[in-house]
Design a protein around this ligand. Structure first.
Ligand SMILES: Nc1ncnc2c1ncn2[C@@H]1O[C@H](COP(=O)(O)OP(=O)(O)OP(=O)(O)O)[C@@H](O)[C@H]1O
Ligand SMILES: [Mg+2]
Length: 383
């Protein structure tokens, strides 16, 4: 008896399980399956259409398609070929995704957007963001730091920048460059010092949206976003605007912090944001004579990382100079690269680079187009 070859429908059904890791939908749903040919001998040939020719996720599709189709009874060999979506097809894809544009927006030249988050306040998010941005820059990666903590902005102070951002001829807000080249944007540039800003939801959303769309970030390898503590409005806005953003979770070593940080992880899960890893901050204290004290306990970072199944990318020790430098506006990684905390931060930077091998531009989703319906004030930009 001849063995049965699979039907086209069966192959399509299998391909539904092949997910585009960037767009997070099935290639069938995204209309990226160009053709399927099933020969009488059970050989199946699939052509997948990609958004760009040099797509680094090619091998992912190659492997996933081969594996899924091979699972069907009667299949004797699978071949996977690629072509590229036409401009019209890309437009159709954008529409399907509810987005106005694929990577041509303000962040089109930003390769990685990483939100630095924590479950609770005061664990060192801003310190990590500022120093990590500086460390990445010192290691030769272009970096930016966006201060999305509109209530407790601290990035300008930590990176030693102030003043009013200028506006370019294209009417884009220019980030202020810190010593060492980190491009910085913060609500702190637009409000009077110590002024109590009462942000209501729509205003907040609008401000964050402007930071992403109306700021001329230029070409960046890494844009780090310092989130306010907790899992509130800002995080939600960012998740909507930047479905491709990744998260870095900061926690302290004690178990209590870990359970709070897990909530931030749950939020990331809810919004479908990928968590790159965990950073344990205030992780032990080393005395000049080499004694080590675990002031905030031990193991919280590793436990959280294990719990949510992501790597522990770094353990930054407590070091007075880290705080002192932040207060003076010079990141410790620049001031004293050999300090224990600096070394930990460089290690973290390298871990981050290793964890973000895909240099794909971020796809942006304008919130207004997505029907979130924002009113809100424009940022008080000085011309
Ligand atoms: N590893 C460390 N060693 C010493 N001091 C640190 C360390 N990490 C952070 N700090 C200090 O702890 C304080 C809180 O840090 P930071 O402002 O970065 O936390 P945060 O999580 O951003 O806080 P918030 O939730 O208020 O935004 C700062 O004074 C900072 O200088
Ligand atoms: Mg902060």
């Amino acid at each position: 008896m001849m063995s049965m070859t699979p039907t086209r429908e069966q192959v399509i059904e299998q391909l539904r399980g092949v997910i585009d890791p960037e767009l997070r939908r099935s290639i069938v749903e995204l209309d990226m399956v160009r053709s399927i040919e099933i020969a009488d001998d059970g050989a199946v040939a699939v052509v997948v259409s990609l958004t760009t020719p040099g797509c680094p996720i090619r091998s992912h599709f190659q492997q996933a398609v081969t594996q899924r189709v091979s699972d069907l009874p009667g299949v004797r060999g699978v071949s996977v070929d690629f072509d590229v979506l036409s401009a019209d097809e890309k437009a159709g894809l954008q529409q399907k995704l509810g987005r106005n544009r694929l990577p041509e927006g303000a962040l089109a030249q930003v390769k990685n957007v990483i939100c630095v988050a924590s479950g609770k306040g005061g664990v060192g998010k801003s310190t990590v963001t500022a120093n990590l941005a500086a460390a990445l820059s010192l290691e030769g990666h272009t970096s930016g730091a966006l201060d999305a903590d509109v209530w407790g902005y601290s990035i300008p102070r930590m990176l030693g920048v102030s003043g009013k951002p200028r506006v370019s001829e294209q009417r884009k807000i220019l980030p202020i460059e810190a010593a060492g080249g980190v491009r910085v944007m913060s609500i702190g540039f637009f409000v009077e010092e110590d002024a109590a800003v009462v942000w209501r939801g729509p205003m907040l959303h609008k401000a964050i949206q402007q930071f992403l769309e109306d700021v001329d970030w230029g070409a960046l390898d890494y844009l780090l976003i310092d989130l306010p503590p907790g899992t509130g409005d800002v995080s939600m806005t960012l998740a909507q605007l930047l479905p491709q953003a990744k998260m870095l979770l900061v926690t302290t070593p004690q178990p209590a912090a870990q359970s709070v940080a897990r909530r931030a992880a749950e939020m990331a899960g809810k919004f479908d944001l990928e968590i790159l890893g965990v950073v344990e901050n205030m992780s032990g204290f080393t005395t000049p004579d080499g004694g080590r004290y675990t002031i905030f306990g031990e193991g919280g970072g590793q436990a959280l990382a294990d719990d949510i199944d992501v790597p522990l990318l770094g353990k930054v020790p407590l070091q007075e100079e880290l705080r002192a430098c932040a207060d003076e506006g010079v990141p410790l990684v620049a001031e004293d690269p050999d300090a224990p905390a600096s070394q930990a931060l460089f290690h973290l930077a390298r871990g981050l680079v290793a964890a973000t091998p895909q240099a794909l531009p971020v796809v942006q989703a304008p919130a207004v187009a997505a029907g979130i319906g924002m009113g809100g004030k424009e940022l008080p930009v000085i011309q």
